[in-house]
Design a protein. Structure first.
Length: 324
């Protein structure tokens, strides 16, 4: 228990250095927020079902002094849940490697299942937005008091939908930062757990389309991240009498770099190579947009066109009682 407390304290003080960044500082630059804003900002704050107006986007993406829904997994108990960040899918084809290829795949599959569960939870929570006659319920909308996301504590329906959706987005964005989906390897270094293979893809992974059951991509891995890694990544995720390194989050992540006003260079070792950071961000932005399309489709399918359309309006507008 003392070790767990130390781990949690270390991780929380740092905000988190182990996912697309959520804070500004400690080498991070609000990467989760900026990916989300690139996907969903309304031009001139003009309302649309394809974007979120300013106050609502602040709640979803984060703003000064607030993590936002998408930052929820980077604090509290979700911080060390590997499925919330697509961690733990490490494998390298070498004798004695401590995790099998099947176990690595299962850990990444758990991340996709986590996303599906959060999508379903968001759809369920949306049911409370409307009354039996299909009218918006003012008591279920943030008006004077903005949404606050506590993980276990639920509040107004719109806030609950945004929270589940934000947690989903966090995982899907971390998929691109933490796996080798968009990566190229360092050609100047030999293949090893410190320089694992990259799939060098562009754009969203069909595997992450939650509408369908696409097969698991061959060669897809993510990095090892144990609870104790929050104290020291180099010191942990090693194995054997010589403390050989596993494929670590430290070796694969593209968590840090400039996104706003333009996507710039990555600042992690993996992110600096071959524009790996840019490719991860571009894929994450495109997938973030697609996750909203998926949620909209599920709202229509679940509640019908009339109620579903009103829910979508309420979720994207700052003043839904007037706009919807």
């Amino acid at each position: 228990m003392k070790l767990l407390a130390a781990v949690m304290t270390t991780a929380l003080v740092a905000g988190t250095a182990y996912a697309f960044g959520t804070i500004k500082g400690a080498g991070q630059n609000l990467e989760h927020e900026r990916v989300t804003r690139r996907a969903f900002a309304c031009a001139n704050n003009q309302p649309s079902d394809d974007c979120f107006q300013k106050k609502t986007l602040d709640s979803l993406a984060g703003a000064p002094g607030a993590f936002g829904a998408v930052g929820t997994p980077d604090r509290g108990t979700l911080l060390l849940r590997s499925e919330a960040h697509c961690d733990g899918g490490d494998y390298f084809d070498i004798a004695g490697y401590p995790q099998t290829k099947a176990a690595a795949q299962a850990n990444i599959e758990a991340c996709r299942k986590w996303m599906t569960a959060k999508l379903e939870a968001a759809v369920e929570a949306a049911g409370d937005l409307l009354d039996a006659n299909g009218a918006l319920r003012d008591s279920e909308l943030p008006t004077i008091v903005a949404c606050r996301f506590g993980g276990q504590i639920k509040g107004r329906a719109k806030c609950n939908v945004l929270e589940h959706f934000g947690i989903l987005l966090h995982a899907s964005q971390d998929f691109y930062s933490h796996t080798n989906w968009t990566d190229a390897v360092d050609k100047n270094a030999p293949a090893s757990p410190l320089n694992p293979s990259g799939l060098n893809n562009r754009g969203p992974a069909p595997y992450l389309d939650l509408r369908t059951g696409k097969p698991f991509p061959g060669g897809l891995i993510s990095g090892c991240f144990e609870a104790k890694s929050a104290i020291s990544e180099p010191k942990y995720c090693n194995y054997g009498p010589k403390a050989a390194p596993r494929v670590k989050h430290l070796a694969l992540n593209k968590d840090k770099g400039t996104i706003d006003p333009q996507i710039g260079a990555g600042t992690t070792d993996r992110g600096r190579i071959n524009d790996n950071f840019r490719h991860a961000v571009e894929a994450a932005v495109a997938d973030t947009k697609d996750k909203w399309e998926t949620l909209k489709e599920q709202l229509i399918l679940t509640y019908g066109p009339s109620r579903g359309t009103r829910m979508i309006c309420a979720l994207t507008r700052d003043k839904p009682m007037k706009a919807c």
